[in-house]
Structure formats: structure tokens, C-alpha cells
Design a protein around this ligand. Structure first.
Ligand code: DNO
Length: 356
């Protein structure tokens, strides 16, 4: 298991590479070129710039999160081929710089969704929260305004200005869109991409839907065991793999994360580990990584990774905002709670390894 930590780039993160390298066990930065629009080719010069910055701090750039997929590809429009072509070129450029895994997602319109980015917890910290009935009653516009108002000066992944500026049209384009269509467009994309990824030695790792159910009438298809099995079989290559996000899939109680790890272990290239507390009414909140604090058994999840001989990348996922960090950090991406999460993950991992 190789520990990595998400970093949003020079001038775009309140956390420095030097701080990241001081977290025990961290080998690499999980990065992206966040200012480049979905569908555009990533220039080699920009990639090499990030590589230089990271390597100067002793961190690798093996994992990219994300190379976003242009909406026309998800919609299956005739314009998709040019964006797919750019995606292939980006893979080539990334491979030249030594990238090994690309995390991406195939969720229409939105990426992850919460209703409150700073919900207070009883210990005085706060964290991202999803209120089921509120989500059912809020319009997408209201939700967008709310997210933008509480995200401070940061752009947050999945809520980029470029995406939001055309959101009305994007919604329109998805009118009457079905799961079947999304499946067939995902298949088309994978068939164009995976052989190229193989050639360049880059493992594609799709991120599950967060939360794993349909929202605002939009289909979401990477949400449970059967869907994952189907998507892996669309192109049966280890280069068509998964980012297994415990918190995303785990916010549906029916998803058993240790079982998923055991079943799909060889196809998991990137593990996102975090805990969530699920309430009886279907709401959930992101908690500390500790098993006791949430509804997921992080120990069992790590044991499953150990048993399948997992040697991919892992990162702590969202953390709470603690020790007054909330006003300085990007929602979910503070330094402290994610660093504590790493120590919890590595503590369990070291103990399991010793005991075997
Ligand atoms: C949220 C992240 C996601 C993830 C994308 C990958 O914090 O887990 O935005 O990066 O879905 O494409």
C-alpha cells in the first residue's frame, strides 16, 4: 500500500508540499491541473512543472485525480470523439512524466453532492453533511448557491466555475436521459481509452458515484457491486480499474466495503479511505476516520485490503475541519484531520502486517 495525499497545486491550496511530506508515510501528491477545462489536452510543460515542484519536496506524481471527462462524452454527442482524442493525448503526456494511475468519474452534471459543507459536530468541529429530505426539496440552483457561498475563496472539485456557468444547458441536455444511455456512453469511452492506457502503462481508476444514488433525476451508474462488476467487464483489462471510495459507496448501507475489496481487489488501483456516520433517516455525515466514530468498519476494510495483497495507492479522503482550520481550508480537505486519518490507517496497517 502506497500512501498519497491530495494537493490542489501551487497557489491553489492552503497546504504546502513541505507540510505534506512531513506526514509520516506519504510518498506522493495526488494532483491535477484544476484550471484546465474538461476535454482539453494537458500540455506537457504544465505537467512537468508540477512534477518538478513535487519532486523537489520528495513526493511522486504517480496519481492524478482527476482528468475530468467532458460532458459531451457522457452524453454521447457527436462532438465526443474530439474530446476523447484529447483525453488520449493527455494520457500520453502524463505517461511521459511518469504518472501511473488516473482517477476519474462518469457522473452526469455534478460530481459529489452534500447539503452542508460545515455541519457542526458535538466536539465543536464541523464536517460535510448530506440531508436526504433537504436534497429532495431543494432545487439544483439553490444547492449550487449554497455550496458556492460556503466554499470560501476556493474552487472545489466538481463545482468548478466553468462547469457551473453552463449548468442550465447541461441539465437541459440530460432531459430524458437514461441509465442505459449512460452505460453505453461509458462503454464507448472505455473502448476508446483503455487500450491506449495499456500502451502507456497508465491504470484508469473510475471513482464511484457520491452519494451512490440518482439525484435531480440524473442517472448514476457506479453505485453498487453489480454495477461495478458490469463496468469492469465492459473492457476486461486490469487497466480498466477502480478507485474504491469507502465513504462514497459506504453511504449506502447495502454496500459492504470489505466484500467489495475482496471481490474486486485486483482491479482496485486507488483506495480512498474515510468514514461516514449514516443515520436512520438516510442522512449522513463525514466523521473522523476512526471506526468507532462512523458507520464503516475501517479496520475490516484495511484487513480486506491486506488479504487481497493490495499494493496500490491509498489516500485519506475528506476530513472534518478541526482546530480552527475551517476558515483556511477547502471544504473536506484540511490538513489536520486527514493527517490524523493517515496515522489511523497506517497504525491499523502496521498492526495487521506485524500480526501476520
Ligand atoms: C471529492 C472527490 C471527487 C473525486 C472525483 C474523481 O472530494 O472524491 O471529486 O475527485 O469524483 O473524478
Amino acid at each position: 500500500m502506497k500512501m498519497v495525499f491530495r494537493w490542489f497545486g501551487e497557489g491553489n491550496d492552503n497546504i504546502s508540499l513541505d507540510q505534506i511530506r512531513q506526514i509520516p508515510g506519504v510518498e506522493g501528491a495526488v494532483w491535477s491541473l484544476h484550471d484546465i477545462s474538461a476535454g482539453a489536452e494537458w500540455p506537457c510543460s504544465r505537467i512537468l512543472e508540477v512534477k518538478k515542484q513535487c519532486e523537489e519536496s520528495g513526493l511522486n506524481i504517480d496519481v492524478v485525480e482527476s482528468v475530468n471527462v467532458h460532458e459531451d462524452i457522457k452524453l454521447g454527442l457527436s462532438t465526443r470523439d474530439k474530446y476523447i482524442d484529447n483525453y488520449r493525448k493527455t494520457l500520453k503526456n502524463l505517461s511521459k512524466a511518469g504518472a501511473k494511475v488516473i482517477c476519474y468519474n462518469f457522473m452526469p452534471v455534478f460530481d459529489w453532492i452534500r447539503t452542508d459543507l460545515h455541519k457542526k459536530l458535538s466536539d465543536g468541529s464541523n464536517a460535510m453533511f448530506y440531508d436526504k429530505s433537504e436534497l429532495e426539496n431543494i432545487s439544483s440552483d439553490e444547492l449550487i448557491n449554497r455550496i458556492l457561498e460556503s466554499s470560501g475563496n476556493f474552487t472545489i472539485p466538481g463545482w468548478e466555475p466553468e462547469r457551473l456557468s453552463v449548468i442550465k444547458n447541461t441539465f437541459k441536455a440530460y432531459e430524458g436521459f437514461t441509465e442505459e444511455k449512460l452505460w453505453s456512453n461509458l462503454e464507448y469511452f472505455l473502448k476508446c481509452i483503455i487500450s491506449v492506457a495499456e500502451e502507456y502503462g497508465i491504470k484508469m481508476a473510475i471513482h464511484p458515484d457520491d452519494p451512490p444514488w440518482s439525484l435531480f433525476g440524473l442517472p448514476r451508474i457506479v453505485s453498487n457491486r453489480n454495477n461495478i462488476k458490469k463496468l469492469l467487464s465492459l473492457v476486461d483489462s486490469e487497466y480498466n480499474g477502480l478507485t474504491l471510495c469507502s465513504g462514497s459507496l459506504g453511504s449506502n448501507k447495502e454496500n459492504n466495503i470489505p466484500e467489495l475489496v475482496r471481490e474486486f481487489g485486483k482491479r482496485i488501483h486507488f483506495a480512498h479511505i474515510r468514514n461516514v456516520r449514516i443515520y436512520d433517516n438516510g442522512n449522513f455525515i463525514e466523521t473522523s476516520h476512526r471506526t468507532k466514530d462512523g458507520s464503516l468498519d475501517i479496520y475490516e476494510i484495511l484487513k480486506a485490503y491486506y488479504e487481497v495483497g493490495f499494493d496500490g495507492y491509498v489516500r485519506p479522503d475528506h476530513g472534518r475541519h478541526i482546530w480552527g482550520e475551517e476558515t483556511r481550508c477547502r471544504p473536506g480537505y484540511g490538513l489536520y484531520d486527514r493527517a490524523l486519518g493517515i496515522m489511523y490507517i497506517l497504525g491499523i496497517w502496521d498492526a495487521i502486517t506485524r500480526n501476520k
